[in-house]
Design a protein around this ligand. Structure first.
Ligand code: UD1
Length: 365
């Protein structure tokens, strides 16, 4: 029996951990999975709602770290996770994605001699000003098993000198959750509640510090969104960080005069129902670039770079940066149908968790 600590810390982790947990439970003779929630995200809308929507049980262990500076948050997770590893003595620590919880728990495992598997290994934005980029590079460099979502990630790791024997192309586990829940999300009445019809609205999300912490940048994006909303309404579920910044910079008033509708962050099923009916998505999220790729929804990424270049290669995603003119030009190109058909990347097929478990099942090298 392999005892596995599955680490979930922040919103984008939950839909990656859920299918792995479910698959390990199906293989109950082989795996004993324990969900450790670091508590990096803690609001109901940012955390609990995802556990219930994704059919995950309450976390077995919650470290309850909460918000703090990146250093303090990372250090606190490490301090609280060490005794968990000590008492549970796992065979594997499985970390997903690139948030502070990912590197914090991986580093503890490395120092305690426990094997680490990193799900979503090998992604690089090549922008070290991004906190997630540091988390990605460091986590990959100390992991024993690098489970990659796309062939570009394998190529990146090999280029960085990683031994080929550690790398496994397993596909995108977040897409397992998407495909599992697409049908059931039809039960959500979010579109009715908001009074919108599929294909006649856009969706936006913003939370990157580089976009929302600087007044001028955020003002430019907000201006572009207000302008686009003269063509079609934009639904904007607002991350707590962004809510605070819009208020601090007095930009919420600009939006209240437009057809951009600010709403609270949504749970997994409501949000899936929302974006799956969108004509256009404008975002700085990593995951949403991938989710729109699978559904063939045009996505404009409001960043200068992406660690998910395959979404651009497939044709669904365009990097537009934060220049309002560029955002408007690409938004109108999409709305006017001047975009070509997109494709789905290999192994984004809903079976990544099976492949991940197959790899973890293999006897230790
Ligand atoms: C984190 C991840 C980011 C991911 C994002 C998804 C890191 C470095 N960043 O960014 O990669 O895309 O999650 O949301 O790990 N807050 C609340 N309630 C919560 C959580 C946060 O109000 O449940 C507020 C707090 O004011 C907090 C701020 O949001 O200070 C930022 O939270 P934090 O966890 O530091 O980073 P995110 O911006 O959410």
């Amino acid at each position: 029996m392999k005892k596995v600590l599955l680490i979930a810390g922040a919103r984008p982790n939950f839909m990656k951990v859920a299918p792995i947990y479910a698959e390990m439970k199906r293989r109950g003779d082989t795996f004993s999975p324990i969900i450790v929630h670091t508590g990096q995200h803690y609001d109901r809308a940012m955390s609990d709602a995802f556990f219930s929507d994704l059919g995950m049980p309450e976390p077995d262990i919650n470290l309850g770290v909460g918000s703090a500076s990146h250093t303090q948050q990372t250090a606190k997770i490490m301090t609280l996770f060490e005794p968990v590893v000590e008492s549970e003595k796992p065979d594997w620590v499985v970390v997903v994605g690139d948030v502070n919880s990912t590197i914090a728990c991986a580093l503890v495992a490395a120092k305690m001699g426990v094997k680490i598997a990193h799900v979503e290994a090998g992604l690089r934005s090549n922008d070290r000003r991004m906190p997630e980029e540091i988390n990605r590079i460091l986590t990959d460099s100390i992991s024993d098993l690098l489970l990659t979502p796309s062939p570009d990630a394998d190529a990146t790791l090999l280029h960085e000198g990683v031994d080929e024997s550690k790398i496994r192309f397993v596909g995108n586990v977040m897409i397992d959750s998407l495909l599992d829940h697409l049908k059931v999300s039809e039960r959500s009445n979010i579109r009715e509640t908001l009074g919108i019809t599929a294909g006649e609205y856009a969706v936006t999300t913003l939370h990157r510090p580089s976009n929302v912490d600087d007044r001028e940048t955020l003002a430019g994006i907000v201006g572009a969104l207000a302008e686009i909303s003269t063509r079609l309404p934009i639904i904007f579920p607002v991350h707590p960080r962004t809510r605070q910044k819009l208020a601090d910079f007095d930009l919420d008033r600009v939006l209240s005069d437009s057809q951009v509708k600010l709403i609270e962050p949504l749970g997994y099923l409501d949000f899936l129902r929302l974006y799956s009916g969108a004509k256009l998505v404008l975002t700085d999220s990593g995951g949403l670039q991938e989710e729109t790729t699978v559904l063939g929804i045009p996505c404009l990424t409001l960043r200068e770079n992406t660690e998910r270049p395959i979404t651009i290669e497939m044709g669904s995603n365009v990097l537009v940066g934060v220049d309002p003119e560029k955002i408007l030009a690409e938004a109108y190109a999409s709305l006017d149908g001047r975009r070509s058909e997109s494709k789905i990347p290999p192994l984004w097929d809903g079976k990544a968790a099976e492949r991940i478990c197959n790899e973890l099942e293999k006897p230790a090298a």
